[in-house]
Design a protein around this ligand. Sequence first.
Ligand code: SF4
Length: 319
Amino acid sequence: MVRIGIPQALMFYRYSPLWHAIFRHADLEVVLSQRPEKGFIMEGDLPGPPEICLPVKLFLAHVNQLATRCDQIFIPRLISIERDTYNCPHFLGIPDVARAQCRSTIPVLDPIWNAKIQPDPLKAFVQQIYNHCGVPHSLSRKAIAQFKEIQDQAMVRFPARMVPRLFDQVDISQARFIIGIVGRPYILYEPELAGRIFSFFKKERCFLITPEMISQKLKLTSLQHLERPIFWYNCRENAGAAFSMFSNKRLNGLVQIVTFGCGPDSLIKELIDLHSSEQRGLPYLSLVIDQQSGLEAIQTRLEAFMDMVKRAFRRRLTN
Ligand code: SF4
């Protein structure tokens, strides 16, 4: 049986249910990459040129980890997920970057998803995978409908069961505060990046709302006042989530997390920062993390943010 290696990084955090379903349907075995106990960042084992962003370096480290464990490495070329948006250029070139930068000589399986030119991108994506793996598989309408349903769930509203297990939520009935947290899925749920801070909020008994927990419709409606549409896919997700959270009266604070050196986020971060300054009384924290951001440095800022949240909460009670 062909073993397909999947790096647990980048859009794995959004589409892993769909990818698993596609491979399972054709009886292909999936092998997931494993991070070292201390993490790739702590081990100092990050490949890639220095100018490339941290999430891509982590992705390449996961590809290296799969180097001897599978027959093909799955690195999709996700150009345009929806017809009116594009992904960051790194997503367009990542299979080539992996071929050039990684130790692995295993063939790369790099199906294209480009809603700008493919009439049915999901069907085209699956067909490329099955053709590449030599799977004599007729794609029934039923199978495509099933994949579509899984994809819609991942796109529209991330079901709780799909949220990575590291996202260990407090029960909302036990929560003291409700905190919005926006960022790309591969930053928020990545244990080596923002994933580390979930335990901090859990200790503070905060219930977290992430972009995946907000409906697509609400995110898009919240952006209608902008003069120009946002055409970067994840940026639109984050800005839509942040703006919808600004009007959520139950929210006690909002945190935005981006990684240093991200081109698209450097613009959208400013947009969200700017709007946050117009929200009277809502504590807001904007974190830019990089390879050197130790938990201690983040912890100090998180503690200061929680002080603001508690003060604002007391003020609300006395007014
Ligand atoms: S959007 Fe930003 S973080 Fe994501 S791959 Fe592109 S540069 Fe890196």
